[in-house]
Design a binder for this molecule. Structure first.
Ligand code: U2F
Length: 453
């Protein structure tokens, strides 16, 4: 079959952005019967993490420079890595795109990029091709970012003290959300941070995109969705968490070990803890959580980066080894699917929230940054599928209270019923005539109709 379109996919190299983008691309490639090729541009490290050595038909991965000066080994934080990468854009992408065009003999006919990469708007204009932007975080955070100017002007009219409790009732679907729940990048005092600058530039460019794609399902947020639809030429919700059947998900002995351990636990008894790929809890918060797990003998599976383990109380691992397990990376979707998991203690990252919904696991949210406070609010007050840890800080009492709330028959039952209803909606969205399926087909048609030269 003749190839019609060459899609240049530009990823933002953090797991929770690049992995769902690859999931989307894999679904598109599988559905497009070889008339589209995808060149996937991402840093080497991120490509290694998300492809895990696998190859997929019609998708070719290209490594772009991550910005680390040649000959230097990078040893900084996530944020420093992000900054180096941002400084290397768009030149690093341009270089790899030329290589892909020359190898395939096909000009890139459409750009499908992480929405953060706002400069793709200019690239697409220069190349006279469509720009499809993929927003990896939650719909409510996109909605809030798109209203940054309005939020600033409201903030000028209220005192700093009022921010804590005052809600964003002037924004559609946000009446339960407080100013203090907003992502830090929206706040005027952070407007000079590199991430805030990047997102603000994106806000200016997104209305020019041919389409904005988001990992979600329309039925979860009608008012916000309608508002977003009015702001963009095309706004497409595609439910990736349910669509994805990632073969890399159980990727090694340690994954298998933790799934086998779960098999031996009682139904809905295990507390699964993960604060995602970026957030770091304070040492005193880790200590409080460890104490609750140990004294209450709660069965737990804790996904914790190696560098955080040294912050645990001395002897904790030995003393809890009969009922707990700590891993540096868990096959999260498989873990949440396991019936022994009773509660998901999460930072409220968007992918984690969606995964908890699709596996019907109640959440205890401990938000840290970005859209996590917003998502936690929606979890607790709008969807009523979990609780936000009191005061947003892990304390002994707050954790015990939240665990009892979820584990108790009455409140836990209501949460599980709400989860079940949402999960049904998510499943309906990916049925043949579901909203997500329709949006997916619309996106596929859009990509197909872009023509290589
Ligand atoms: C940033 O979020 P994170 O990457 O910290 O968190 P998530 O959006 O929840 O994504 C984490 C993904 O990593 C997977 C998990 C999710 O798909 O299943 N994972 C895993 O498989 N095993 C583990 O041990 C731990 C995680 C940001 F901080 C958030 O505020 C945003 O909402 C998010 C999306 O933009 O990106």
């Amino acid at each position: 079959m003749a190839i019609h379109a060459h899609i240049g996919v530009l990823a933002f190299p953090v797991v929770s952005h690049a992995a769902p983008l690859l999931t989307l691309v894999r679904q598109l490639a599988a559905a497009s019967s070889s008339d589209i090729i995808f060149s996937f541009f991402n840093t080497e490290k991120s490509n290694c993490a998300i492809f895990s050595g696998q190859e997929f038909d019609n998708i070719k991965a290209y490594d772009v420079w991550d910005g680390t000066p040649e000959g230097e080994a990078f040893s900084g934080s996530h944020f420093e890595a992000m900054q180096l990468f941002v400084d290397a854009t768009p030149g690093n992408f341009e270089k790899a795109m030329k290589e892909a065009e020359s190898e395939s003999g096909l000009k890139i006919s459409c750009l499908l990029t992480d929405a953060f990469l706002w400069f793709a708007c200019d690239m697409a204009e220069e190349r006279r091709v469509p720009w499809v932007a993929f927003w990896a975080a939650s719909p409510s955070s996109l909605s809030a970012h798109m209203c940054t100017d309005q939020i600033w002007s409201m903030m000028r009219s209220i005192g700093a003290a009022e921010r804590e409790e005052k809600t964003l009732s002037f924004l559609p679907g946000m009446s339960s959300v407080r100013f203090s729940d907003l992502p830090g990048e929206i706040l005027p005092e952070n407007s000079e941070s590199p991430l805030a600058i990047m997102i603000y530039k994106m806000v200016q460019k997104l209305p020019k995109s041919t389409a904005v794609v988001i990992n979600s399902f329309e039925e979860i947020y009608t008012l916000i969705k309608n508002d977003l639809k009015s702001k963009f030429q095309n706004f497409l919700d595609i439910q990736l968490s349910i669509l994805s059947e990632d073969p890399s998900i159980v990727s090694g002995d340690s994954d298998q070990e933790c799934l086998s351990w779960l098999e031996k636990q009682r139904h809905a008894s295990v507390v699964y803890i993960s604060f995602g790929t970026v957030a770091e809890a304070q040492p005193e918060e880790l200590a409080a959580l460890a104490e609750v797990l140990e004294t209450g003998e709660f069965p737990f599976l804790w996904s914790m980066r190696d560098n955080a383990k040294k912050l645990l109380p001395e002897g904790f691992l030995n003393r809890t080894s009969k009922f707990g397990m700590i891993v540096s990376w868990a096959p999260q979707l498989k873990v949440l699917e396991n019936p022994s998991v009773g509660v998901h203690m999460t930072h409220g990252g968007w992918n984690s929230v969606l995964e908890s919904i699709s596996c019907e696991v109640p959440m205890i949210c401990k938000p840290f940054l970005a859209d996590q406070r917003l998502n936690s609010r929606m979890v607790e007050l709008v969807w009523k599928i979990g609780v936000r840890i009191e005061g947003g800080v892990i304390t002994k009492n707050g954790t015990i209270e939240a665990l009892h709330y979820i584990m108790s028959n009455e409140t836990g039952k209501a949460i599980r019923e709400n989860l079940n209803k949402l999960k049904q909606k998510a499943e309906n969205a990916v049925k043949l005539d579901g909203s997500s399926t329709k949006n997916f087909k619309a996106l596929l048609e859009l990509l197909k109709s872009s023509r290589g030269v």
